[in-house]
Every structure is written in C-alpha cells, then in structure tokens.
Design a protein around this ligand. Structure first.
Ligand code: CAO
Length: 423
C-alpha cells in the first residue's frame, strides 16, 4: 500500500500561488482539518487543512514555493502501518475507525470550495509574522480586519485588536459570571436537537454583541408619505419591451438617504477613537444593505451611491444580494460603510429596533409600506405610508437631530421626490 499524499485542493482559478507559511514538520502527527500550510494570492490567503489524519513522513514544499491544484503538500506514513494498528485494536475501536474512514470519504466527496468562498467565510489575509504572533497570543486572526490593502492583517493590527479588546473582555467575563444558569437542561422537558450555528451567524454575533453592549442605542420611529413616489415606481416600464420595470422602493430610499447624509454629516461618521474625543467624518457615500441569506445576515455596500441613478442602484442591489446568497462576495465589501439600511419591506411588519452596524453610528430600518387614511387639510385621504425606524448612537447624535434627519428623508421621498432625487 502506498503512503497517503495530501494535495492542494481546488483553489478556483488560481495557479502558482505562493506558500507563505508551512505549519507542520516531519514526524508530526496531524488530525483531519489541522492547518498544514498557508498560501496567498493577491486576493486572499488561506490555510490548507489536512484531509486525512496520520504521521507526517515528508513535507514536500517550503515557504516561497508556488503551488497549484493537485500539487503534493505532504506525505503521510504508509497506510499499511495504520491497517496493522487497526487489526491490533479491540473491536469497539475498529468501529470508531470505520466511522473515521466514513468521515474521510465524506470529506473527500464534499464539493470543493474555491478561494473567494473561503475568504468570505471569514479567513483573514495576514502576514506570516502576524499569524504567528496572533497564534502565540491565542487570538483568532480571522476576527481581525487588517489595515493593509484588502484588509491584510499585520502585527500592528493584532496589537491594536488586543488592546481594544482588553476592556471589552473584562466586561464580557463579568457578564458571563452574571449569566443565569438553569437548574435544568432543555432535554429534561422533551426531545431536543443541538445543531451547529452557521459560520456567518457566529462571525456576526461578535459584532452584534459589541454593538449592542458598547453603543447607547436610541430608535426614532416615523412614517414617510411615499404615495407619489410609489405610483411613479409602479408605472416604470422598459422602453423597448414595454414590460413593467422591477425597481423596489429600496433603490429610492438609498438615494434619499444619501441626500440626508450630505445634509447631516454626523450620520456619516465613526467614533472609534472616542477616548481621544475624535470623530471621523466620511466624505464618501457607501450605503450598507442588510441582505437576508440562507447562511445568515450579510451587509454589503452600494459604493458611491451618490454617483449612481435609481436604475443602476436597483441592478447593483440585485447583483450584491445574489453574490451574498451564493457566497461569491469579497470580505472587504462588508467594511467601509457610511450608514446601513435594513429593509423588511418585502417581508412584512412596520416598526422595529435595528442594531447599529459598528463602526457606523446609525441605521435605518424600513418596514412594509401600507395604504392608510391620513387626515390632510381637514379631510381623510388614502396615502401610502412607509414605516421608518432610525437607530442612532446617542453619544454622537441627539434625539432632535435624529427627528430632523427622519423629516429630511420623508421630504426626499415625498411629493417632490422626483426633483429631490433628480429623476
Ligand atoms: N414596502 C412595500 N413593499 C416593498 C417594500 C416596502 N418597504 N420593499 C420591498 N417591497 C416589495 C418589492 O417592491 C417587491 O415587490 P414585487 O415583487 O411586487 O416587485 C417585494 O416587496 C420583494 O422585494 P425584495 O425584498 O425582494 O427587494 P428589496 O429591494 O426591497 O430588498 C434585500 C432587497 C436584499 C434587502 C432583501 O431581499 C432582503 O434581504 N431583505 C431582508 C433584510 C433583513 O433581513 N433585514 C433584517 C436585518 S436585522 O436582522
């Protein structure tokens, strides 16, 4: 029986990718999924894990080598040895081994992921030095977004991450200590099933908890009268086919939000350096959109929304939400936003309390527009009303400013929307 070879798996269209780290050495035992090497293209870096377990007979590559799919990374000890071991083991252990072999087959038959998918699923690009440093300090490097090109993490980012988390971790530890422990487990009351949380949800939970526990949130609710805008939207047809154009209210809301951000720059800011009393005002208008996907919530950006018209924004909305749902979006697209819109308008409901997408300072929640009887100029009229829920960081935005901001959005979506949104 020959030795077992571990090869470079499918890495998408990438070829001759540089090995930046070799994480194992001859004679070392590895388990399935243990990282073996790190490779890096100009798009991202990923660790290649072991697809079998065993003892390393030889490591076939070194730092600086270029590898492509199918290249042999390491050779594991002769499989005869493993077989001999199995024969010598008691029956009960053989069953375990069978499970292991079954696991291996499943692993090898699993659809292969490509580079971008791994990148979006949360693997940070990092220099080998930064990786080593993070590993030594017990920091998960994938939780860090780096300061270098395409979010690449360097040693300094690891240091910054640690210092900014020291206070947080003390608070979290205190909170954990205070957690109420139930005397009973769920299964004491009937059948239950424990499942793994999707990876995107796990990653998002760190950000959500950070936002919820560190930002003093307030939410202002309001309703925008979008009657004229909605009639216009529903009347849009394709010039050539005459078919109805499918542009959702969200494209108009993005444009309206950009106008309000221009008027109220504090909503387009971040206060990551609050200890030194510094506010970063962004001069760009990258609007985040919360996208519901089977993997969890993702928030890609519509970049430079101020320079795009409604049709363009509408088709970009479709493109980025499809990319998120198919896990074909670069991790960097989840960063560098001005403010986020979270729209439940296509699903239902009116008002809610959205959580700010840190390090932003405000988020606009949009509910489902409904026809309502509104008292205008002494009589009731049927108008289409859009529920708005604006959550903001009270350290930087006051309630009065938030109410004015909502008024401005209402104005931008109101009767004179065409003039306001330059249609
Ligand atoms: N009021 C009334 N109808 C609305 C509406 C609103 N505010 N917003 C959308 N609609 C309508 C659309 O016009 C469309 O109708 P037609 O099928 O007749 O054209 C339908 O609802 C579906 O719209 P959509 O949801 O597919 O598209 P969208 O552009 O409004 O939203 C996206 C795109 C990506 C935001 C959406 O698909 C999505 O993922 N929404 C969920 C976001 C979410 O989960 N937020 C919560 C985060 S907090 O946990």
């Amino acid at each position: 029986m020959p030795d077992k070879e571990i090869k470079v798996p499918n890495i998408g269209e990438f070829k001759d990718v540089e090995v930046i780290e070799v994480l194992v050495s001859n004679g070392q035992s590895v388990s399935i999924n243990d990282p073996l090497i790190t490779i890096e293209s100009d798009k991202s870096s990923v660790e290649i894990p072991a697809s079998f377990e065993g003892k390393i007979k030889s490591v076939n590559i070194k730092v600086g080598d270029k590898v492509s799919e199918g290249d042999i990374i390491i050779i594991l000890e002769n499989i005869e040895e493993v077989k001999k071991d199995i024969l010598e083991q008691p029956k009960i252990e053989k069953e375990e081994e069978k499970d292991q072999i079954k696991k291996e087959t499943i692993l090898n038959n699993e659809p292969k992921q490509n580079f971008i998918e791994k990148n979006i699923s949360g693997v940070s690009a990092a220099s080998p030095k930064a990786r080593k440093f993070a590993r030594e300090l017990g920091v998960n490097i994938n939780e860090i977004y780096g300061s270098q090109r395409q979010g690449r993490v360097i040693e300094k980012d690891v240091k910054n991450f640690i210092s900014s988390n020291i206070n947080k971790s003390t608070e979290i530890k205190e909170a954990q200590l205070k957690k109420i422990k139930s005397e009973f487990s769920h299964s004491d009351f009937g059948e239950v099933e424990v499942k793994d949380m999707p990876r995107v949800k796990k990653l998002a939970s760190t950000y959500l908890v950070n936002s919820w526990t560190t930002i003093p949130h307030v939410t202002n609710h309001d309703e925008a009268d979008i009657t004229e805008m909605d009639e216009f939207r529903s009347s849009l047809t394709d010039m050539y086919t005459g078919e109805r154009k499918k542009i959702t209210p969200l494209a108009f809301i993005i444009k309206a939000l950009v106008l309000s951000l221009k008027k109220f720059p504090s909503f387009n800011s971040s206060i990551d350096d609050i200890e030194n009393g510094k506010i970063t005002i962004k001069k760009y208008f990258h609007v985040g959109i919360a996208v519901d996907t089977p993997h969890g919530l993702m928030v890609p950006k519509i970049r430079n929304a101020d320079n795009k018209n409604i049709s363009y924004i509408s088709s970009e909305l479709k493109t980025v939400s499809d990319q998120c749902r198919n896990l074909k979006i670069d991790k960097k697209e989840f960063f560098g936003g001005s403010m986020t819109i979270t729209s439940l308008g296509g699903i239902g409901g009116s008002f809610f309390t959205p959580i700010i997408n840190y390090p932003e300072v405000a988020i606009l929640g949009v509910g489902k527009a409904q026809k309502k009887q509104i008292f205008i100029n002494g009589k009731f009229e049927s108008r289409t009303m859009l529920p708005l829920s604006l959550s903001y960081d009270h350290r930087i935005i006051d309630g009065a400013e938030a109410a004015r901001f909502n008024n401005d959005i209402k104005e931008n979506l109101g009767k004179n929307f065409a003039y306001k949104l330059a249609l």
